[in-house]
Design a protein around this ligand. Structure first.
Ligand code: ARG
Length: 267
């Protein structure tokens, strides 16, 4: 279902205004003084899909990670608290979660693609990625071709699933997993012959798991973007883009990067 919302001109607003939506949709949004529309007053509500370590994952009962830290920076500039909503990646990348009013912004290590840009409004790119291949440590496979006759784990709705569909040999069975945790476990326990996903998360997993190895990267040239509702929240998008560029200029981005990747970004 798609939802449309009534919007009142920002200038007429003092602090927050209740806006009534249509039946079946989240019924209220509030608008801050700077014109940012929010599904919940005083909060930047963020949709993500866990776990996607080190971008978003649970640690000590809290959701943390690179994306979350970036969202905290955005929330700070708007005097908001960050609230995390964990929801399926399919709903995030299809625009459904945002259209439903489940959240204001999606931060999910999500690759900017033309197809998604039709249903979401992406921020400027904030992170580069490629697809990568992870195998059990005792495997000899180093390419998709080597998996011939075997099973390759993919994550539902992701660019890795698309890449595997387009590039794996026909006799490779693609097994679809709902999240990254299930996919990496399947590789580590040898339930599948290999798994495909973004390089950042697979290297992170392999670094602390001796029973797997990342053996290939495919130069897919992906870039992550945060996303807001299509044509729905230009002020929030501006605030996000400002945080991306300011943090890259003043060194905050590198600090956040070092915190979650242990190193400053290359280049
Ligand atoms: N970058 C990939 C994509 O956009 C995978 C993202 C998965 N993210 C997540 N939080 N589960 O399709």
């Amino acid at each position: 279902m798609t939802c449309s919302r009534l919007r009142l001109p920002g200038a007429a607003l003092a602090a927050t205004v209740l806006v009534t939506g249509l039946a079946g949709c989240a019924t209220e949004t509030t608008t801050t003084e700077s014109g940012v529309e929010l599904v919940s007053d005083g909060e930047l509500t963020v949709c993500t899909h866990l776990p996607y370590k080190p971008f978003e994952f649970e640690q000590g009962g809290e959701v943390v990670g690179f994306d979350i830290a970036m969202m905290d920076l955005v929330a700070e500039t708007q005097d908001l608290e960050t609230t995390i909503v964990n929801t399926g990646f399919e709903g995030i990348q299809s625009g459904q979660s945002l259209n439903n009013g489940d959240c204001d912004v999606a931060a999910a290590g999500m690759t900017i693609t033309d197809e998604r840009a039709r249903v979401l409004d992406f921020s400027d790119p904030y992170f580069d990625a490629t697809q990568a291949l992870m195998v059990p440590a005792d495997s000899d496979a180093t390419s998709l071709e080597d998996l011939s006759g075997g099973v390759l784990a993919v994550q539902q709705g992701t660019t890795g699933e698309i890449y595997a569909n387009e590039n794996a040999p026909d006799d490779v069975e693609l097994r679809v997993f709902e999240d990254l945790g299930l996919l990496t476990t399947a590789v580590a326990t040898g339930q599948v012959d290999a798994g495909i996903n973004d390089n950042g998360v697979l290297y992170d997993f392999a670094n602390t798991n001796d029973d797997v190895e990342v053996v290939a990267e495919f130069d897919t040239g992906e870039q992550y973007g945060f996303a807001v509702r299509k044509d729905g929240n230009p002020e929030l998008l501006d605030a996000i883009n400002t945080v991306i560029s300011d943090s890259q200029e003043d060194g905050t981005y590198d600090e956040v990067y070092a915190e979650w990747f242990g190193d400053a970004p290359a280049g």
